[in-house]
Design a protein around this ligand. Sequence first.
Ligand code: ATP
Length: 233
Amino acid sequence: MLALGDITAGYGETTVLREVSLWVPPASVVALLGANGAGKTTLLRVASGLCRPRSGTVRMDGADVTGHRPHVTARRGMCHIPEGRGVFPHLSVRENLAIHAAGGDADETVDRAVSAFPVLGSKLGQQAGALSGGQQQMLALSRAYLTDPCYVLLDEVSMGLAPVVVDEIFEFLTGLRRQGCALLLVEQYVTRALAVADYVYLLSRGRVEFAGEPGELDAEQLTARYLGTDHGN
Ligand code: ATP
């Protein structure tokens, strides 16, 4: 279980999260929804250790990891895929993937990534920055597959991508979950997020306004009231 308890956090004088508690059970999908600026990204940053909370606790499988640096939470099985394309644009696709070999066999690591996202197989020699947006996101997401995490934090990974690519990404996420990963999903496509989620949290101005199962929410109402346009995806 990834458990955030009574998290208060912010930047400088600004308080962004106020006493937020959230649980991600093993092998579950939790959708974290809320309007722009509600604090979703900040919550993921607190969970992975990129942002130290002012108060509250972060626990992974019972161990207190509050304020632990991201490389420490990563070693414990946390994988944070941040907003934007988390790739090294000047390195080749192969080099980007080989980074995750962690002293193991780079070729095997590359093969595994290609099995998850076959399109990367024909691009291995290309600079990552020259890939399409969708291919860069697949490259970034392959980290979640290669590092065998227990908890994957996903920040708007389908942002700006064509619907067909978003389909592929959601299939990948469903596969991760089948393998036993738990996912904490910040996603602009509310309908898609709710379709795969076991639990949903709605953040409003840094507070949890709703926590429960997706079926308890009226998606249309939710979209209209809190999230603006859902782009129909
Ligand atoms: P969005 O959907 O727009 O990404 P969000 O729900 O993810 O929104 P956050 O990115 O967590 O929200 O931002 C919450 C608030 O914190 C916003 O008002 C934002 O301007 C502010 N904020 C975010 N990062 C910083 C920072 N590094 N320094 C100062 N303020 C920040």
